[in-house]
Design a protein around this ligand. Sequence first.
Ligand code: FES
Length: 102
Amino acid sequence: MVALKHHIFVCASCRINGQQKGFCHSKGSVDIIQKFMEEIEDRDLSGEVMITNTGCFGICEKGPIAVVYPEGVWYGNLTEDDVEKIVEQHIEGGKVVEELRI
Ligand code: FES
């Protein structure tokens, strides 16, 4: 059993057939996932934080979307530049980034 402190789900617009096609994907969600993975790796947090790409959350108009557990905080309208702030303030600092919350 892995003892995670956070699990971050990022919409990659994956369809049931595995195809990535949809709003979040068209707005750069793959780059956002990649950036999350780099930030977690660079900060040596990979033993306590997991990143998982997901299918559509059903609120595409607010995408790209990331959801952070265990808090259940939803972030939206994300860009690659927002990732560092989420990792630094929320994941490491324990403080929700209110301006990105939806
Ligand atoms: S495609 Fe990301 S929320 Fe719908």
